[in-house]
Every structure is written in C-alpha cells, then in structure tokens.
Design a protein around this ligand. Sequence first.
Ligand code: ADP
Length: 176
Amino acid sequence: MEIRINKSTLSLVEGDITRQDTEAIVNAANKSLLGGGGVDGAIHRAGGPKILEECIKIGGCETGEAVITTGGNLKAKYVIHTVGPVYRDGIHNESRFLENAYKNCLRLASSKGIKSIAFPSISTGAYRYPLAKAAEIALKTALDYLREHTDIELIRFVLFGSTALETYKEKLKELI
Ligand code: ADP
C-alpha cells in the first residue's frame, strides 16, 4: 500500500529491513547500542562490524532518542538507531516515547539530508508494544511529518509478516 502526501510517499511493505535500498534504515535498538535480537541482530549480522564499532564509540542511546552510523555492508548508506519504549501497561508514557523515537529518527534523517528512510515496527517485538496501538502512533507520526515537511521523499514501513502488514494497512486506511 502506498499513499502520496504533498510530493512524498508513505509506503507499507512486507519484508526484511536489512534488504532495503532506502538511504537510511532504522534499527529498533536497545539503550546499550551493543546489539540484541530481532531487528537489531539482523542489522548487525547483515551490515558487518563497522556498525557496532560506531555504536560502541557513541556509547548508548536513551529511550525515544536516535543516533546515526554507517550502513556498513548494507545497501542503505546509514543506519539510524533508536530505542523504543518497553511496553508495561500503557500508562508509563509509552506512547510519548514511541512517538519521540519516530520523530527523532525523522529529524536526524532530515538534518543529514537523507531523502528516503525505512522503519521497522519499533517496540512491537521483544518490547511487547501492542501492534495496533504501535501502528497508529508510527503512522500518525509519519503522516504528520510528511504533511509539515517536504524534505523526506519516502518513508517506508517494512513489516515482518502478513499480520503486521495487515494491521498497518488497516490503521493507515483509518488515518487518511
Ligand atoms: P523491539 O525490541 O523494539 O520490540 P524487535 O526487533 O524485537 O524490537 O521487534 C520489532 C519488530 O521488528 C517486530 O514486529 C519484529 O517482528 C520485527 N522484525 C524482526 N526482524 C525483522 C527484520 N529483519 N525486518 C523487519 N522487521 C523485523
């Protein structure tokens, strides 16, 4: 599914974030930036040791913040690492932290002149954020960004599996 906002595109695809040809891909990292499972493990495996070397130098990342490294051996030139919230019960500012994670990735991309970016579904794996709730925040934040700015030409959500893709599609239809 793909929609146009001004001159930019927001697209939803099923796939593997490590194989994307966007200028930047986003990693759902943890605060240590030292790698982990899920998307994080896949990105470090596919991208090689340069990414981890830069992450070690950076030294960590707070929840809702974002940092940038090389893409190493990936097609993407950059990896933007962000840390989503661990979902507890929905009353510990999880939604604000998740929104900040997306926003800060987009701001950082913009500051580097990046025109295309691919996101995974942040926090919906090991961090247990309910998928439909997370999809709503992810899509709202991306739509707002594209409505207010024209520099980023493509935001692609790369969903792992058909359930995630369908959930994002349903939410996007509700929001436009
Ligand atoms: P978090 O700790 O932020 O929850 P995870 O990596 O555990 O991060 O999961 C985030 C989402 O990424 C989950 O929905 C998971 O299914 C998905 N995912 C896992 N591997 C990949 C991949 N290679 N490409 C895209 N999405 C992935």
